[in-house]
Structures are given as C-alpha cells and as structure tokens.
Write a protein that binds this ligand. Structure first.
Ligand code: BG6
Length: 299
C-alpha cells in the first residue's frame, strides 16, 4: 500500500492541499484548502467526507461501515450505476449496480481560480464488467472541493449500441437529529414509494421523519433544501442531468437488519440522492455522453 500511495503522491499530490493516505486499508485522497476539507477513496470513486471549516460535517459515514474491496462503503456519496436499486431483471445482480465496489483510477488533480481543489477519477469497462453488464463505457468523476462540494459523473457510451441506464449520487447527509430535519423542494411531487411496491403517491408538504422513508421522486429537477433545526443549518442540493430525487432514512427496523449500519445511526443521517431512476432512465447513443451533476452547499 505504501508504494502505491508513494506513486499516487508523486503523480498527483498538491503542496499542502492534496495528498494520498491510507484510510482503513484503502487508498484515499485527502484535501484541505482554504475553504474545506474532504476525503475520497479510489474504491468506488467515493467521496467519504466534506466539511467546510468551522462547520459540522456535511456528509455522514457509518462507524460500522465495511472497508473491504468488493463491498460498498456505507456513507459519503456512493455511485449507483448503471442501475439504481435492484437490477430490473435479475435480482442476483448487485443492488445499485457495480461501480461502487470497483477501484477507480486517478486521472488528474488541480486547483481552480476560486481556490477549489479538484480530483478526477475514471473507470472503464473491463471483461469483468462486461460479464455483469454487456456495454463498453467510460465513467469520469469530477470532485471539486471548495465553499461548495461539486460532484459530476460523466458517462460515455463507448459501445456501438444505445445504452440505457439509471443511477444516483447516493448522498448521505449528516444531521443533528433526524427528528429536527425537513426536506424542502419536493412538495406536491410524485414519488414511487419503495415501502409500498413502488406505488405512485403525491408528497404532501415538506418531508419530515418519524418512520422509515424510502421515496423515489420522479420527473423533478428541483433543488432540495435540507433544513436542520438542531444545527440551525440549511444545505442546498442542486442538480443537473437528473430527473429523480430519492429520499431515504431506514429508521429502526431496517437499520437493525443492515450489518454495516449501527442500530442508532438512523438518527444522524438522511439520504437525498441525485438520481435518474424508474421512468427517468436515460438513453445514451453510441459515442455520446451524459453528465449528472450535484452541488451541495450551506446557504
Ligand atoms: C436507497 C434505496 O437508495 O438505498 C433503499 O432507496 C436502500 O431502498 C438504500 O435500502 C441502501 O441500499 P444499499 O444497497 O446501499 O443497502
């Protein structure tokens, strides 16, 4: 590992701003600049933490997460792709696709004129991915850390056929207490309720949490606001290239069933996922790209 970290540091480290470290046995890029600090693993191309200086953490990471190659990490921003949720035809295939459990390659690091630090990672199709999903692809992930956190996932269809996919930037937000939280921006929106076999429902007012919530809002490009009365904080989650937003908190019983999720941790997190799911699946023509963008910031 230390040799691999040395190589990564030689190629991509930025003085006092970005370096590669071992995080629970995995190579990870650590960023600290004038605005914020952040951490992301090459495993899954996954942002694990983002914290503007002087603020509470924006992202949540489970204390019970596994850090095993080939297994998902519980928290941060897992990338669900090329399908969201269970595979549409084959439940034996992994939930939320396969790229959150593969190792991505570093492509570049840099700085922008406004003091953001950027990282780009890539993942290309291989024989291993073709066996699970028979399409050639290239994924590029841009992470930009500053006063806001920007994440952009670009899918390039490098095959000769149309590519149909769903997916999500499955963002886990850290909250003071789930009972103090509400989500704005989806009022009157149509959602498919994962707790009722994806029946279609209409959201009545803001979303607050006193039980399990697992809702796939469709046909929405709205910015969401996460209001946290306990931390007196409002976070905006803006997006482009996304027509679905998923809101999830597992609550008590599901938390107890998940072995990489502490029994009481549901109180400290909520997912607002920038997605294309269900009827919002996208089709990418050969040689074309699709860009899914999210920007998270305190307002
Ligand atoms: C959410 C789904 O996006 O992800 C939930 O809507 C699911 O139904 C959750 O439980 C976590 O999925 P996983 O595969 O990471 O345990």
């Amino acid at each position: 590992m230390s040799l691999a970290l040395d190589v990564l540091n030689q190629k991509f480290a930025l003085d006092n701003k970005l370096c590669f470290v071992d995080f629970n046995g995995m190579p990870a890029v650590r960023i600290r600049n004038e605005h914020a600090e952040a951490l992301a693993t090459l495993h899954g191309g996954q942002v694990l933490s983002y914290k503007p200086h002087g603020e509470q953490p924006v992202l949540w990471l489970s204390d019970e997460s596994l850090f095993e190659f080939g297994k998902p990490i519980r928290g941060g921003i897992p990338i669900c792709w090329p399908w969201f949720g269970p595979h549409p035809d084959n439940p034996a295939k992994p939930n939320h696709g396969f790229v959150r459990t593969l190792d991505w390659d570093m492509f570049s690091s840099g700085e922008t004129s406004n003091g953001n630090t950027t990282v780009q990672m890539v993942l290309r199709s291989t024989d291993e991915t073709m066996a699970v999903w028979p399409h050639h692809f290239k994924l590029s992930l841009l992470i930009s850390v500053g006063a806001s956190l920007r994440v952009e996932l670009t899918t390039e269809n490098t095959s000769c056929e149309d590519m149909r996919c769903t997916g999500a930037l499955h963002t886990y937000f850290s909250v003071s207490d789930i009972s103090a939280v509400s989500v704005h921006g989806l009022e009157n929106g149509t959602y498919l309720d994962n707790l009722e076999n994806l029946s279609s429902r209409t959201q009545d007012g803001l979303i607050s949490f006193d039980r399990e919530v697992d809702r796939v809002f469709i046909h929405t490009e709205e910015t969401c606001l996460l209001e946290d009365a306990g931390w007196q904080r409002m976070i905006s989650v803006a997006k482009e290239g996304s027509r679905s937003t998923v809101v999830w908190n597992p609550w008590i019983d599901k938390a107890a069933r998940m072995k990489d999720f502490g029994d009481h941790e549901y109180q400290r997190m909520v997912c607002i996922e920038t997605a294309n799911a269900g009827p919002d699946a996208i089709t990418i023509f050969p040689g074309n790209t699709w860009r899914l963008k999210m920007e998270v910031k305190k307002i």
